[in-house]
Write a protein that binds this ligand. Structure first.
Ligand code: KG4
Ligand code: ZN
Length: 356
């Protein structure tokens, strides 16, 4: 079964073809350079860029893959959560294509797709526990099947990636700063500054990173003022070392907090067979190392997508689409797009024809 996946929920326009759980080809246009000028994603600019790129990218995907459009069995697009204008570009394109090709359409939960793409490289054993840490979300799930995600905990304010990006902005780093903080942290000493590990003094599996973000921002402001430290570190070796220590300490506080809540979730779900860590922040080297140790301690294999598949891309939508389409799920063309903050309806059409 050949699935087309279209991702336009934020600032990456990604399209991919996945055939029976195997990647055929993918294309991606990132808008990071444009939004970097503003220190964060500007929604109106994001939707305009998706609109500009989506047609040419589709043509490129078909041409480079050597596939005939008529061979596409399922057309899938991220339906949310995300920026409404951006999502609408991808969903409208996908619906029109499904209608034109007379093929079924499927709207994909972007967060679930971040997790399900792990199955493209590794064989997944169900049920598994999944931590999704991205720029907009931090969630813990128990995943029982491609269409059955049980949410165990979520972030109440800033997501892990958002906290990293906002501190990066305070340091004067370009947006998004997660990867740069990760790079600086590798050369730093995490014990040099003690940041609070936030929102642990409770019994739940939710996350809150805004207190940690404020405490780190106050540290930066007191020592160097807002937006100046990164530039200083590029010119001065001693400052570079100090910035490495700061990044390591901050990264450690974020990663350790994610690990502590994940450990709590494992203890409450002892029947799970694997641990999956996905989303943009799953590319973080400190988080991957800590999660590896946690998995080992509880006898759970750790699966993380390779770093290029952690951040937004079309492959994750095509792979999630394949797993759901294989079970016979689909949506009618009246399907609504769901922006961030609105509950995702459970409205996939029930399996009628099991295709594989
Ligand atoms: O999943 P994603 O591409 O977009 C959302 O769905 O939000 O995640 C983007 C986030 C950004 O906050 C970015 O700073 C973060 O992932 N990120 C990282 C790393 N690479 C990307 N955070 C920490 N370490 C990394 N290596
Ligand atoms: Zn994402």
């Amino acid at each position: 079964m050949l699935c087309l996946g279209i991702e336009t929920s934020c600032d990456e326009t990604g399209l991919a073809l996945v055939e029976d759980g195997r990647l055929v080809h993918s294309v991606l246009a990132s808008q990071a350079d444009i939004h970097s000028l503003f220190g964060g994603v500007v929604p109106e600019l994001a939707s305009r860029e998706h609109y500009r790129y989506i047609g040419p990218l589709f043509d490129e995907l078909i041409k480079q893959s050597g596939m005939d459009c008529q061979k596409i069995d399922y057309v899938c697009a991220a339906r949310g959560p995300g920026l409404l204008g951006s999502l609408l570009v991808g969903v409208a394109f996908a619906k029109a294509l499904a209608l034109g090709l007379n093929k079924p359409f499927l709207g994909i939960n972007h967060l679930h797709a971040h997790i399900l793409v792990t199955g493209l490289c590794d064989k997944l054993d169900w049920p598994f526990l999944a931590l999704l840490a991205s720029g907009g979300h931090t969630c813990l799930y128990r995943v029982e099947a491609p269409g059955k995600f049980v949410i165990l905990g979520q972030c109440l304010d800033d997501a892990a990636g958002e906290a990293l990006d906002k501190i990066g902005k305070f340091l004067g780093m370009p947006y998004p700063a997660g990867k740069l903080i990760d790079d600086f942290a590798r050369a730093g000493d995490a014990s040099s500054i003690e940041f609070p590990k936030p929102y642990l003094d409770n019994d739940n599996l939710d996350f809150s990173f805004s207190g940690l973000k404020t405490s780190a921002a106050q540290y930066v402001e007191k020592e160097h003022g807002e937006g100046a430290w990164f530039a200083k570190a590029q010119k001065d070796k001693a400052e570079r070392k100090k910035l490495g220590n700061f990044c390591a300490a901050f990264n450690e506080a974020v990663a350790e907090t994610l690990c502590i809540k994940t450990k709590r979730a494992i203890k409450r779900n002892r029947d799970v067979r694997a641990l999956v860590v996905a989303g943009g922040v799953a590319a973080n080297s400190m988080l991957r190392a800590k999660m590896g140790k946690l998995g080992e301690k509880y006898g759970l294999p750790l699966h993380c997508p390779r770093p290029a598949l952690c951040t937004d891309n079309g492959i994750m939508i095509a792979q999630a689409g394949y797993l759901l389409a294989r079970e016979g799920f689909s949506h009618g063309l009246e399907m609504e797009t769901i922006p961030r903050g609105r509950k995702m309806p459970d409205d996939m059409k029930a399996p009628q024809n099991i295709l594989v």
